[in-house]
Design a protein around this ligand. Structure first.
Ligand code: BES
Ligand code: MN
Ligand code: MN
Length: 462
């Protein structure tokens, strides 16, 4: 792979500039106002594919945002790697908290990224990580070292639940035939502690609305006499955790797979500093389910969190009012074998049942998805492990992550394919937050590592 690595080291500036162009387009999938930009991003990626020399390049229309496809089949007898990634990004708000505009990327040094990091929405999640694959394949193709077949499927709706991806997969089972799905949309422990993500949590996401009286009321005339929806909603939410921070929804833990003591001991070997963790977040202590470590709480245990809550008067000054309605958005992160639909149903039944007389509750489910675990005795894991060792000089640690990529379980069901998660981001890269960034080290090291995965996956598949 010497030619490939030489190509990479002599094209770093070009790779970076192309990524910056991609980051300049605000491809926010959640906001219809940006639909044109999302579309433009899809076409820019398709253009990249064509320039690269991929075949059958297509911007595939869906009921929502398009999926970009391209492939290079060098020999049908060789293995095929299917790369998945997403070109859509989260909204940038709260925009005031960005030091630089979110869609005008700048490179700045940080304590963790002394070589510099690219600050922009999508820099890490997932344009920067997805683009590493395009450039890694470019390097292998240009240097005549692509060892196997490759297919790309880059979607534009990951951040809004991948609503149209299952139908696309179902309609394209033949086209998407492959031996492994390769994804860089997760993280690693640290720049000198590479890791391979071996699990993702599932997700159930609901929106709740509590209605009290049929109109807003004077809080003096009616205060104390009717159920105040905001008081009630907060009380109901508070009751969803017990004193040990366990979730109180009946049946919630029924299907949770508990890890064995051996597995937990194995997990505990991953480096983790409680002090550094607290210091980075400016908190005195961590908080969570009794009996589990922070690492465990954030990966192998299910959770319930309010993501947003609103109602009543939030303008300047004081307005004495009892609002008619109160709202909250609630996410539940799930672990194997919790089923998102079942959990949503359990939530609905429970939440409705605890609403006092004089209130009405409406629960609206949003997108969700199943958890996934990936094996560490597979050819793909071994190939990834060797690849990291080649470029980092150390073996990666297998780590289960707390985030969700619902399509991993879906692809396994629909396409019968396993996924290998080679993420190069860091938890501190502020994905979904203001000042999201991605280390230049991570970007380049990713591009360098990926070709070794192709090489070893092909060799181990023989
Ligand atoms: N790339 C993230 C998921 C992720 C990040 C997994 C870091 C592991 C480590 C993905 O884009 C994402 O944000 N997923 C959403 C779920 C989706 C259904 C909106 C999430 O986890 O909140
Ligand atoms: Mn992502
Ligand atoms: Mn995301």
């Amino acid at each position: 792979m010497n030619n490939t690595q030489n190509y990479i080291s002599s094209h770093k500036e070009q790779f970076l500039n192309e990524l910056l162009d991609l980051l300049r387009i605000p491809s926010i999938s959640a906001d219809p106002a940006y639909a044109k930009d999302v579309e433009k991003t899809a076409h820019l990626i398709a253009e990249q594919f064509t320039t690269l020399g991929l075949d059958k390049v297509e911007v595939c229309a869906t009921k929502g945002h398009p999926i970009v496809y391209g492939e290079k089949i060098i020999d049908p007898a060789l293995p095929t790697v299917l790369v998945y990634g997403h070109y859509d990004v989260q909204p940038a708000d709260p925009i005031d908290l960005w030091t630089d505009p979110p869609f005008e990327p700048v490179i700045k040094k940080t304590e963790i990224h002394p070589d510099g990091a690219i600050f922009a929405r999508g820099a890490c999640d997932d344009k920067g990580q997805m683009f590493m694959h395009v450039k890694a394949v470019e390097a292998m193709m240009r240097s005549g070292e692509l060892p196997c077949n490759v297919k790309f499927m880059i979607e534009g709706e990951e951040e809004v639940g991948s609503d149209n991806l299952e139908e696309f997969a179902l309609n394209n089972v033949e086209r998407l035939k492959a031996d492994i799905i390769l994804v860089s949309d997760t993280g690693m422990l640290a720049n000198d502690v590479p890791s391979v993500t071996t699990g993702l949590r599932g997700l159930s996401y609901v929106e709740v609305e509590v209605t009290g009286p049929n109109r807003d009321l004077h809080s003096g005339l009616y205060g104390g006499c009717v159920a105040n929806p905001i008081n009630i909603l907060t009380k109901m939410i508070a009751s969803l955790h017990d004193e040990n921070n366990r979730i109180t929804i009946p049946g919630f833990y029924d299907k949770v797979i508990e890890l064995s003591n051996e597995e937990r001991a194995e997990m505990a070997k991953a480096p983790f500093s409680h002090d550094a963790y607290c210091k980075a977040l400016d908190i005195e202590d961590t908080y969570g389910e009794k009996g589990y470590s922070t690492m465990e709480r954030g990966s192998i245990r299910p959770t319930l969190d309010v993501n947003g809550i609103w109602g009543g008067y939030i303008g300047e000054g004081a307005k004495t009012v009892i609002a008619s309605k109160a709202y909250a958005k609630i996410s539940m992160r799930l672990v194997p074998d919790q089923n998102p639909n079942e959990i949503t149903k359990l939530f609905m039944d429970h939440f409705t049942s605890i609403a006092p007389k004089g209130t009405k509750v409406k629960v609206t489910p949003h997108h969700g998805g199943e958890a996934a675990v990936t094996p560490i005795d597979s050819i793909a894991y071994k190939a990834a492990s060797i690849a990291y060792e080649e470029t980092f000089g150390v073996k990666p640690i297998p780590v289960r992550s707390g985030g969700s990529i619902p399509i991993v379980a879906m692809f396994e069901k629909v396409l019968g394919l396993k996924t290998i998660l080679m993420g190069f981001g860091l938890d501190s890269d502020a994905i979904h937050s203001p000042n999201e960034h991605y280390g230049l080290f991570n970007f380049y090291r990713g591009i360098e590592t990926i070709p070794y995965f192709y090489k070893h996956f092909t060799e181990l598949s023989k």
